[in-house]
Design a protein around this ligand. Structure first.
Ligand SMILES: [Zn+2]
Length: 377
């Protein structure tokens, strides 16, 4: 299929549309000659990058023909995308107040997007809540509400909306619901309400069985209750399912090992991470080099050899570990697998693209390079 450049295609649409429209008006049958609806919809998609010209033409058309509802919608969304949210809100409010049935709902949804664009989240929330009773806009409204509640960290509300989603969608997003419950458990933990935290974690596990986040929180609960013996296997299980958590979890594991005088924990940790089979020996070694203090690394013989190899045989393992840590602290220990965001701190949900469980230790990538030299940038 041949493709016209978008601008050319947009101009062609505009020309065809305008000539039809003017012809219609000159024949004094302006109200009977209507442009095909696709014209407007197609135009709306096509002119994404030609805001100034398109807005001018649309404004003129809408002015001349007040009933041209589709033009007004196109104009409204154009204003929103240009950042002129006030004008978009004015257009969509009028359409909502004047329209009936489906038109009113369409305008309400556009208005919710305007409010979101303007950062008026409480207003967006109100409009979307009203729309959630609509047959046609229910799913869009629920998704919009979820986005708002997630962005505001209102996990209780997010969970409530999740429960309103159709069953198949709920199953698809079960892990996200588990995260909501873990967020709530974390809050309960902060407030010192261990019992509530425990209940929420139990609920989280009903949505997803392997849940390292729930393991870590349960381990912290056990630690807080003084039960270090119970905390240890929970931390280890979290690491086994998600080795990428090493930087967050290994210090806690080593701390417990010290306090309960167990020498075998570090080697066991290395074994468990290796047994997962997810990591190459180099990835494992470099991960541990950043997560385990240099003086302890020496107790992991295989890792030491791999590290010496990575450092070109010249430097010792501790030096490589220190170097990796320094690079991580400067440029980000983690990277989002979805959007590439670099981050020094750990997030269960990427702050940029908002994907859950998408952060990976940056050393995985560096260690995966074939040249074996340490050039992370
Ligand atoms: Zn991301």
């Amino acid at each position: 299929m041949f493709e016209l450049p978008p601008l050319l295609l947009a101009l062609a649409f505009i020309l065809v549309g305008l000539s039809t429209w003017f012809l219609g008006r000159r024949n004094s049958a302006a109200r009977t000659v209507r442009l095909p609806r696709d014209y407007y919809v197609g135009l709306e998609h096509l002119i994404n990058d030609r805001f100034d010209h398109a807005a001018e033409i649309f404004a003129r058309m809408a002015e001349a023909d007040d009933d041209a509802v589709e033009i007004q919608f196109a104009l409204g969304s154009l204003f929103r995308r240009r950042g002129e949210v006030d004008r978009a809100i004015a257009i969509h409010s009028r359409l909502r107040d004047q329209g009936a049935g489906p038109l009113r709902e369409k305008a309400a949804y556009a208005l919710a997007l305007d409010y979101q664009g303007a950062g008026l989240m409480d207003r967006a929330e109100r409009v979307l809540e009203e729309l959630s009773t609509s047959r046609e806009y229910r799913r869009l409204a629920l998704d919009g509400l979820l986005a708002i509640h997630e962005a505001q960290g209102d996990w209780a509300k997010a969970l409530k909306v999740y429960n309103d989603l159709p069953q198949p969608v709920q199953q698809e997003r079960a892990r996200v619901a588990a995260h909501y419950l873990c967020e709530l458990a974390e809050q309960a933990l902060l407030q010192g309400d261990a019992e509530r935290a425990r209940t929420l974690l139990r609920q989280a596990r009903t949505h997803a069985t392997d849940l390292p986040r729930a393991d870590i929180l349960a381990a912290r609960l056990a630690e807080r209750g003084g039960d270090l013996q119970a905390a240890l296997p929970l931390y280890l299980r979290a690491l086994e399912t998600t080795p990428g958590l090493a930087l967050e979890v290994v210090p806690a594991v080593l701390d417990i090992a010290r306090r309960i005088h167990r020498d075998d924990v570090l080697p066991e940790l290395g074994r468990r991470l290796a047994d997962g089979g997810e990591l190459s020996p180099r990835q494992l070694a470099w991960l541990l080099a950043t997560a385990v203090p240099p003086e302890e690394i020496a107790r992991l013989p295989g890792v030491t050899a791999e590290l010496a190899d990575g450092a070109g045989g010249a430097a010792d393992a501790g030096t490589l570990g220190a170097l990796l840590t320094r690079i991580g602290d400067a440029g980000g220990r983690y990277q989002c697998a979805e959007c590439g965001l670099n981050s020094v701190g750990w997030f269960w949900r990427c702050p940029k693209c908002r994907a859950w469980d998408s952060l990976r230790p940056a050393v995985f990538k560096w260690a995966g390079r074939t040249d074996h030299a340490l050039h992370p940038y």
